[in-house]
Design a protein around this ligand. Structure first.
Ligand code: NAP
Length: 245
């Protein structure tokens, strides 16, 4: 039986683990351990870093992994590059599962940043009451932004450094359009900051911003490592795995 190591932490990774498990494939999902109470997928689960490229390559060999699937978040750039190098070292085929990014539609007022520090630099020109949805890990980039109030939404409470003028909303998607409209209105938000995460679960904020004519500052994704095949959906990834036998 094939043994698949699935680097997870996303809705798509969980869906793929469910399909692989239902298919009778042995699947181990790896989680970084950032979320205190993660939703666990079926199959085996391991938690915590591998100790860099060498550690991951060692894990692949030791546990006789046949296929490595990087289904981490599009912004988890370090583990994706580690996966590409470790798969090479251990001679294990690698597939990246990446949901497509979002694209602006008519009526959107989108601005683009290349990184969180770049977004922090561009922010003061766009608004003063910010709905910041980039997660709790990158808040330090926004700490130096003066004269600005932040509504920060994250799954777990953020740790400093973070902006002085901030309210934290602990919540986990999926989010509804009505809920997002209400948040923008109630907190008098005048700019939304988001990563280009893609997917339906967190997309309603984009519709709510368009309806309210609020600008959106979108942080671009890091690239997928060169030469790694990409599946856009868990179904495509499952087909890729089953085609390999
Ligand atoms: P990252 O910067 O790419 O990775 C930092 C380190 O965390 C890696 O070098 C690795 O440690 C460990 N790591 C990351 N993902 C791992 C996994 N699935 N299993 C085991 N170790 C992992 O990652 P990140 O941006 O902090 O994201 C961490 C996790 O949260 C990812 O699994 C990702 O799918 C999920 N997530 C991230 C975001 C985001 O916006 N970045 C959003 C939602 C969910 P070692 O070098 O020791 O192996």
């Amino acid at each position: 039986m094939q043994h698949i190591l699935l680097l997870g932490g996303t809705t798509e990774a969980r869906a793929l683990a469910e399909s692989l498990h239902a298919h009778g494939t042995r699947v181990t999902t790896s989680l970084a351990g950032r979320v205190a109470a993660p939703r666990l997928p079926p199959g085996e689960v391991r938690v915590g870093g591998f100790g860099g490229v060498e550690g991951l390559a060692g894990w692949l060999r030791e546990h006789q992994v046949d296929v490595l699937i990087d289904a981490t978040h599009p912004f988890a750039g370090t583990i994706s590059f580690n996966a590409a190098r470790a798969a090479d070292l251990a001679h294990v085929p690698l597939l990246a599962l990446r949901r497509p990014g979002w694209a602006p539609v008519e009526g959107d007022d989108w601005h683009f940043a290349d990184s969180l520090p770049d977004a922090a630099r561009l922010l003061p020109a766009l608004g003063r009451r910010v709905f910041l949805t980039t997660g709790r890990m990158g808040l330090a980039a926004f700490a130096p932004v003066d004269g600005t109030w932040f509504l920060v939404r994250s799954v777990d409470p953020p740790e400093p450094p973070f902006p002085v003028r901030m309210e934290v909303l602990l919540d986990r998607g999926p989010f509804t359009l009505d809920g997002e409209r209400d948040l923008l209105h109630r907190h008098r938000i005048d700019v939304l900051v988001t990563k280009d995460s893609g997917g339906a679960a967190t997309a309603p904020k984009l519709t709510a911003a368009r309806e309210a004519s609020i600008p959106v500052l979108v942080v671009r994704r890091p690239p997928v490592p060169e030469g790694v095949p990409v599946a856009a959906t868990p179904g495509e990834a499952l087909a890729w795995v089953t085609a390999r036998g």
